[in-house]
Ligand binder design. Structure first.
Ligand SMILES: Nc1ncnc2c1ncn2[C@@H]1O[C@H](COP(=O)(O)OP(=O)(O)OP(=O)(O)O)[C@@H](O)[C@H]1O
Ligand SMILES: CC(C)(CO)[C@@H](O)C(=O)[O-]
Ligand code: BAL
Length: 279
């Protein structure tokens, strides 16, 4: 039976018991409105760990856009039913004042990898993510943390955070789960209109073709320009960025000996879609 816990003290008491019994604890941090992408992380955690905690917390500190925070989908009852089917032990779903009580003033800020791309477009976003993730690791005392590659830059930020602060947790990056047309599953997809949803798969198709063309010898700049054209032609409202970067540092890179990643963000129906693939 999946248990819902809202208080940090209750969670810690339970986890202490598990740890005393020598059990490995996995955590899957989420903001809820769960889909198969999240469930794949929970399943990966179940495969590796004796105990699995899924956290559901719409973290106000990582939203730079108040409308985005207000409109963020909240579906806790359905989420709990889904997590029950995966055999998750605990849903930790605290209220904001449990996580950020009066007098809270600390911020965790990861340099370098947090700064470009999402960091530039969503000022303060990764400080909010790094702060809450550090707190969730502390609250859950988990041995392993599961994150999706869909949020590639976030995964690199978390890996850097754990290395820099010597946090006693192993981070596992899990593959992006996609809809049949290639669209990366995301809670925000539910805000697309039927017309928008019909063209949203072009984002993955366009960056996949660009990556193939680059591997075949086309210039990075030309391949990226063609991908952006395809998005505009399909009906995307705005392409925020399509960039080829070092996969770990997220800095511009033409060093083909190191892993590189193509990352993109584009607007459709006032929904901001992101995606990324290896090159
Ligand atoms: N399609 C997916 N495949 C694999 N992991 C995913 C996918 N979508 C989200 N995740 C991962 O699930 C975790 C929680 O993400 P989050 O709750 O923000 O969901 P989301 O669907 O990405 O929502 P958003 O609309 O905010 O992008 C993150 O580690 C994220 O990378
Ligand atoms: C990791 C996370 C749960 C932190 O709030 C969030 O950024 C997310 O859902 O990817
Ligand atoms: N999925 C990353 C969290 C966010 O977009 O705020």
């Amino acid at each position: 039976m999946t248990q819902i816990i809202r208080k940090i003290a209750d969670l810690r008491a339970l986890v202490r018991g598990w740890k005393a019994a020598g059990e490995v604890v996995g955590v899957v941090p989420t903001m809820g409105a769960l889909h198969d992408g999240h469930l794949s992380l929970a399943r990966a955690a179940k495969a590796d760990c004796q105990r699995v905690i899924v956290t559901i917390f719409v973290n106000p500190k990582q939203f730079n856009n108040p409308d985005d925070l207000k409109q963020y989908p909240r579906t806790e009852t359905a989420d709990a039913a889904l997590l029950q089917t995966v055999g998750v032990d605990v849903i930790f779903a605290p209220q904001p004042d449990e996580v950020y009580p009066d007098g809270f003033t600390s911020t965790v800020s990861v340099g370098g990898v947090s700064e470009p791309l999402e960091g530039r477009m969503r000022p303060g976003h990764f400080d909010g993510v790094a702060t809450v993730v550090t707190k969730l690791f502390g609250m859950t005392m988990a041995d392993r943390g599961y994150f999706g590659q869909k949020d590639w830059q976030q995964l690199q930020v978390v890996l850097r955070l754990v290395r820099d602060l010597n946090l006693p947790i192993t981070i596992v990056g899990c593959e992006t789960i996609r809809e049949a047309d290639g669209l990366a599953m995301s809670s925000r997809n539910s805000r697309l209109t039927p017309e928008g949803r019909a063209i949203a798969g072009v984002l993955y198709a366009a960056i996949s073709t660009a990556a193939e063309d680059i591997r075949a010898g086309q210039s990075d700049r030309m391949a990226i320009r063609e991908a952006a054209e395809k998005l505009r032609h399909a009906g995307f409202d705005r392409v925020e960025y399509i960039e080829l970067r070092d996969a770990e540092t997220l800095m511009p890179s033409d060093d083909t000996r190191r892993p590189r990643r193509m990352l993109a963000a584009a607007w459709l129906d006032e929904v901001r879609l992101i995606d990324n693939i290896p090159v």
